[in-house]
Design a protein around this ligand. Structure first.
Ligand code: AP5
Length: 224
């Protein structure tokens, strides 16, 4: 593919972060996960972090103007010259429209919107057992992807914690936000013809293989 401008969509806990890390290794492209960017801002106590924290703790979406400000310069900047991987953005129709405009202004467009599909019951199971490293946000699961040593990150050795928004009542609210505000984004990309769906209920390696197959098919279609 000449340029891979990819967005990862899907409910909380569908595996966007898990697959995003693999895609980043495969393609060596900038990978921006808005949740990670916001959590880093909260840790550092920046204006963005202070503004976002109350929304995140409740499981609400952070306002669109704030989120568009976080992503706009990145996708149109020099670092994204060969493409990018976005995880967790866009999450509302206004965000999707702002992204389209931002890319159009620099003569680009999205290549593919990958929707990782997982039912709500599976989301509850996954997020209940998720452990995240405090330093770099690497992700594990107590049953499905356990770390070698309990509560220690295999990759950077830092401590593993339960995210504040992985409490059951907050997970349920994040799912409500997803169904009401993010599902319309899926329809937006269905209309523009770039949506591809992946069954995210399979094992991580199988999901990763399916994503690679989709991207290989897109590349072949482009070369025809
Ligand atoms: P964000 O961090 O983006 O949260 P999310 O979308 O809810 O996604 P998660 O990070 O919870 O899950 P994931 O899909 O990455 O799954 P993971 O790979 O970790 O956003 C947090 C908050 O920030 C939002 O609530 C909002 O307030 C704010 N925000 C962010 N972006 C925003 C935006 N654009 N607009 C407005 N607000 C925004 O996997 C989950 C678990 O399952 C892990 O334990 C993993 O090991 C396991 N797992 C993964 N794949 C599999 C598999 N195939 N089988 C079994 N287990 C698996």
């Amino acid at each position: 593919m000449s340029e891979l401008n990819l967005v990862l969509l899907g409910p909380p806990g569908s595996g966007k972060g898990t697959q995003g890390e693999r895609l980043q290794e495969d393609f060596r492209l900038p990978y921006w996960a808005t949740g990670d960017i916001l959590r880093a801002a909260v840790r550092e106590g920046t204006d963005l972090g202070r503004e976002a924290k109350e929304y995140m703790d409740r499981g609400d979406l952070v306002p669109d103007d704030v989120m568009v400000g976080v992503i706009a310069d990145r996708v149109s900047g020099h670092e994204a010259a060969d493409g990018f991987i976005l995880d967790g953005f866009p999450r509302t129709t206004p965000q999707a429209e702002a992204l389209d405009r931002e890319l159009e202004d620099v003569g680009k467009q999205l290549t593919v919107a990958l929707m990782i599909d997982v039912p709500d019951e599976e989301v509850m199971r996954r997020l209940g057992g998720r452990r995240t490293c405090v330093k770099e946000g690497h992700v594990f699961h107590v049953d499905f992807d356990p770390p070698k040593h309990e509560n220690v990150c295999d990759i950077c050795g830092s401590r593993l914690i339960v995210r504040d928004d992985d409490k059951p009542e907050v997970i349920r609210h994040r799912l409500e936000e997803y169904h009401s505000k993010t599902e319309p984004v899926i329809a937006h990309y269905e209309d523009t013809g770039i949506l591809r769906r992946v069954d995210g209920a399979r094992a991580p390696d199988e999901v990763g293989d399916r994503i690679r197959a989709i991207l290989a098919t897109l590349k072949m279609e482009e070369e025809l």
